[in-house]
Design a protein around this ligand. Structure first.
Ligand SMILES: NC(=O)C1=CN([C@@H]2O[C@H](COP(=O)(O)OP(=O)(O)OC[C@H]3O[C@@H](n4cnc5c(N)ncnc54)[C@H](OP(=O)(O)O)[C@@H]3O)[C@@H](O)[C@H]2O)C=CC1
Ligand SMILES: CC(C)(CO)C(=O)C(=O)O
Length: 295
């Protein structure tokens, strides 16, 4: 994404883009990016430290950390960013948008856009990212000040190949649809140690239908109307399209890293509890994956 924003359209690389670190001090860092054709680019990047006063010049912030890292990474920065800063959350799962929009109530000129992407990237080493798959990026305004046309144009530069960025309103419908894909594929592949494609087997059909059924019911109580048959068809389409892939949750468990389960099936359970609904299949998956990551 950094590379894409620096090098898109113009002949000269843009020099108004920076990464933000957890460390207080800023530094220059050489980054490497390997594109889909295998070509590796090197770019000298500015990494802004959390004490750098230049944070006040940040007008657009793309937050691309794991769902469970969003609050820790973002909330301490809000008072340091430009008072007009627009924030874009781009992660799997749902939930951080509630905490972030609540915090933004104190910063009336800042705004929040939410999104999801099917672009795929792999961190080869700390400063080397490899683009591993093309896909759609879907975004939509959610809270606070609206995104200016100028910043929207800048985000549109994130189109990849001939895959445009899609803008959706209301964005939450799109995010619940992506949640369904992750709520089925991620825990089942992690628990059954399998690639995504194996979930097309008959033995999983009953469980997949139940996960989707519960999700559609909770979403309805959250004000989001989803078509169960279309959603199910989309889930099976992704299972087929990504058949050889190992889901991010499978990989997190395999590498003994924290998973995003609390923001995937966990979010369904949390919203179900709010509306006093029973979601036994999602609850069971949540408990099993939490157990797995403890073991
Ligand atoms: N990778 C992919 O192909 C896809 C990922 N997603 C979703 O996107 C989100 C991000 O995934 P991914 O990029 O794979 O995750 P990674 O863990 O690879 O990258 C997140 C990066 O954020 C950094 N980070 C975490 N906390 C902070 C902080 N407080 N300040 C500064 N930097 C921080 C991490 O640094 P450090 O390593 O030092 O912790 C890491 O480099 C997830 O929700 C994932 O599910 C969705 C579609 C595809
Ligand atoms: C769509 C899917 C399931 C692809 O593997 C994914 O987003 C993930 O692994 O987190």
């Amino acid at each position: 994404m950094y590379h894409q924003l620096c090098h898109t359209n113009s002949k000269q690389p843009s020099n108004d883009i920076a990464l933000i670190s957890r460390q207080p001090q800023s530094k220059q860092q050489q980054l490497q990016f390997t594109d889909h054709s295998g070509y590796t680019y090197s770019t000298d990047a500015l990494i802004l430290g959390t004490n750098d006063t230049r944070l006040a010049e940040v007008h657009l912030l793309l937050v691309c950390v794991k769902a469970y890292q969003v609050a820790t990474a973002l909330l301490p920065l809000l008072s340091k960013l430009s008072p007009q800063c627009h924030i874009v959350l781009l992660h799997n799962g749902l939930g951080p948008h509630l905490v972030v929009s609540e915090a933004l109530a104190q910063y009336p000129n800042q705004g929040l856009t939410l999104g999801t992407t099917s672009q795929a990237a792999l961190k080869n080493s700390q400063w080397h990212i490899k683009h591993t798959g093309f896909g759609v990026t879907q975004l939509g305004y959610y809270y606070g000040s609206e995104l200016s046309a100028k910043l929207k144009e800048r985000i549109d530069e994130l189109h990849c190949g001939n895959q445009a960025v899609e803008w959706h309103q209301p964005v939450l419908t799109i995010l619940w649809q992506k949640l369904a894909i992750n709520a089925v594929i991620n825990p089942l592949t992690a628990l059954h140690h399998c690639a995504n494609g194996q979930l097309a087997n008959d033995e999983y059909q009953h469980q997949i239908a139940a996960i989707i059924e519960e999700l559609v019911h909770v979403a309805k109580w959250d004000g989001i109307v989803l078509d169960r048959a279309l959603l199910s068809a989309r889930v099976y389409q992704v299972i087929k399209l990504t058949a050889a892939n190992y889901s991010s949750m499978y990989q997190d468990v395999a590498h003994h890293r924290a998973t995003e389960i609390n923001f995937i099936n966990g979010y369904i359970c949390q919203q179900a509890q709010l509306h006093r609904l029973a979601v036994p299949h999602n609850q069971h998956l949540l408990e099993q994956v939490l157990q797995l990551s403890l073991s």
